[in-house]
Design a protein around this ligand. Structure first.
Ligand code: HAM
Length: 425
C-alpha cells in the first residue's frame, strides 16, 4: 500500500524541521499578537463556493468534495480564510472588545492539483487573518510579518510582489476594459478563458495556458483604473512599507487565484537558484466584503498564507541549516538482572525530573548498549551494574569529555539537571 498521490509522510529526521519552523511561526505570531484559531478540516461545500468563488480553479477543479451519509455536500478545506471568516461570524468574534481580531492557523489543506515539487494534494498552510481594520498600517503589518517569518528562519533571496486590485468600482471599470481588450481575441484564447471573459475577466490574467498570448502583454492594468480612494489607500500601504524598510516590487498583473481580494494583493517569491519551477512561497491580500458574503456584518479583512512544504524547500535551496539538536541527554546502560530492574525505576524517575532519557529494550550486551548511546548521540551515560546497585553508587559518564563520576542513585537526577543546564550543548 502506498500513500495517495500528492501526499507525503513526514518522518523523524524531517519532522523536527517541521516542529522547529512551526514553533518559530507561532513565536512570531505571539510577538505580533495574533492568536491561534483551529477550525474543522471539512466544511459545507457552499462555504468555499461563496467564499473562494465559483469561477476559481480551486472551486471548479480542485476541491475534494463528497456527500456524507446524511446527504450533505462536504468539502475538505482547500484554504483557511473562508473557514476563519465563517468561524468569526458564527462565534460573533466581531462583538469582542479587542478589535481588530487577529488570528493565525496551521493545518492541512487539500487541493486536487497536478502534483509536482512544491505542489501537493495535501499540504500544510500557516496563515494569519486580521479582521475588523481598514487601516493601511495593518496591510503593512501582515506583509511585514510574512517577510519577517522568512527572514528570521534564514531566507535571503525573497521578493515581495504587490498590487492593488482596488475597490468594487475600480474593479468594475477594469473588468469592462479587460472585456473590451480581450474580446477581439476571444477565439484565440483557451476554452476556460472564453468562459472567464464572460464571468470573471480578471481570471484571464492569471491563466497558465494563455500567459504568452500577445494580448496579455498590453492588457489594461488595474492600476490605471483605481479611483481616488483606492489609489490613496495603496499609496498609504506603500508608504508604511517604506517606513518599515520593507522592499517591494509592484506587479500590475498580480491578480491571485481566489475571488475575495480587493485593494492590497501580494505574493512573496523565492529568487533562490534551485528552488524549482514554482517560485511563489506565499500569498495574501485584503478581502473587504468577504465577512458579509458569509453572512456577517460589514467587516474588512486582510491576511496571507504560506505552505510549510514550500518554506522548507526554500530553506533547502538557500542552504539554510536549521539549528536542530540531534542529541539525547542521557542513556542508561545496565548489566545484570537487578541493574535492569533498577534502570526501569531510574529511567522513569529521571524523566519525571525533566531529563530526556532512553535505555536498552533489546537485551543488548554492555558493548551494544554503549553503541546505542553513541548512535543516539547521548551526552551522558549512566552505568548500572549489580555491584553498583549493591553499593548504591552509579557511574555517570560525560560522553564529550570522557569524565566519569560515582554518585549515589538518588543524586543522579539533580546532578544531570545541573550539568545539562550548565550551558554545555
Ligand atoms: P493561495 O495563494 O491559494 O492563498 O495559497 C497560499 C500559499 O499556500 C501558496 O503561496 C503556497 O505557499 C501554498 N500552497 C497553495 N497550494 C499549494 C499546494 N498545492 N501545495 C503546496 N503549497 C500550496 C490562500 O490560500 C489564501 N487563503 C491566502 C490568504 C489568507 N489570503 C488572505 N488570507
Amino acid at each position: 500500500m502506498r500513500a495517495p498521490r500528492g501526499t507525503q509522510d513526514i518522518l523523524p529526521g524531517t519532522s523536527e524541521k517541521w516542529q522547529f519552523v512551526e514553533r518559530k511561526l507561532m513565536d512570531i505570531c505571539h510577538r505580533y499578537n495574533y492568536k491561534e484559531i483551529r477550525t474543522p478540516i471539512f466544511e459545507h461545500t457552499e462555504l468555499f463556493q461563496r467564499g473562494v468563488g465559483d469561477t476559481t480553479d480551486i472551486v471548479q477543479k480542485e476541491m475534494y468534495t463528497f456527500e456524507d451519509r446524511g446527504g450533505r455536500s462536504i468539502t475538505l478545506r482547500p484554504e483557511g480564510t473562508a473557514s476563519t471568516v465563517r468561524s468569526f461570524v458564527q462565534n460573533k468574534l466581531f462583538g469582542l472588545p479587542n478589535q481588530p481580531t487577529k488570528l493565525f492557523y496551521i493545518g492541512p489543506m487539500f487541493r486536487y492539483e497536478r502534483p509536482q515539487q512544491g505542489r501537493l494534494r495535501q499540504f500544510v498552510q500557516f496563515g494569519i487573518e486580521a479582521l475588523g481594520s481598514n487601516d493601511p498600517s495593518i496591510d503593512a503589518e501582515v506583509m511585514g510579518l510574512a517577510m519577517n517569518a522568512y527572514e528570521e528562519l534564514g531566507l535571503k533571496s525573497l521578493t515581495l510582489v504587490m498590487n492593488s486590485l482596488g475597490d468594487k468600482d475600480s474593479r468594475e471599470a477594469h473588468k469592462q476594459a479587460l472585456v473590451d481588450h480581450f474580446s477581439p481575441h476571444r477565439e484565440e484564447l483557451c476554452a476556460d478563458c472564453q468562459v472567464r471573459l464572460g464571468q470573471n475577466p480578471l481570471r484571464v490574467l492569471d491563466c497558465k495556458k494563455d500567459k504568452d498570448h500577445p494580448a496579455m502583454a498590453d492588457a489594461p492594468s488595474i492600476l490605471d483604473y483605481l479611483n481616488d480612494e483606492s489609489r490613496s489607500y495603496f499609496e498609504k500601504v506603500k508608504a508604511h512599507l517604506d517606513r518599515m524598510g520593507i522592499e517591494y516590487v509592484i506587479d500590475p498583473n498580480l491578480v491571485r487565484g481566489l475571488d475575495y481580494y480587493n485593494h492590497t494583493a501580494f505574493e512573496i517569491m523565492s529568487r533562490a537558484e534551485g528552488f524549482g519551477a514554482i517560485t511563489t512561497l506565499s500569498g495574501g491580500g485584503r478581502y473587504n466584503g468577504l465577512v458579509e458574503d458569509i453572512g456577517g456584518p460589514e467587516t474588512s479583512g486582510i491576511g496571507f498564507a504560506l505552505s510549510i512544504e514550500r518554506l522548507l524547500m526554500a530553506l533547502e535551496a538557500e542552504g539554510v541549516v536549521l539549528p536542530i539538536e540531534e542529541a539525547l541527554d542521557c542513556y542508561i546502560v545496565s548489566l545484570g538482572e537487578k541493574a535492569e530492574e533498577a534502570s526501569v525505576r531510574l529511567t522513569h524517575q529521571l524523566r519525571q525530573a525533566g531529563v530526556q532519557v532512553d535505555k536498552d529494550y533489546l537485551q543488548r550486551k554492555m558493548k551494544g548498549q554503549f553503541k546505542s548511546a553513541d548512535r543516539l548521540n547521548a551526552k551522558y551515560v549512566v552505568v548500572l551494574g549489580d555491584r553498583e546497585i549493591e553499593q548504591n553508587a552509579v557511574s555517570v559518564k560525560d560522553m564529550e569529555t570522557g569524565q566519569q563520576e560515582e554518585l549515589p542513585l538518588e543524586e543522579v537526577a539533580e546532578f544531570l539537571k545541573k550539568q545539562l543546564a550548565g550551558g554545555k550543548d
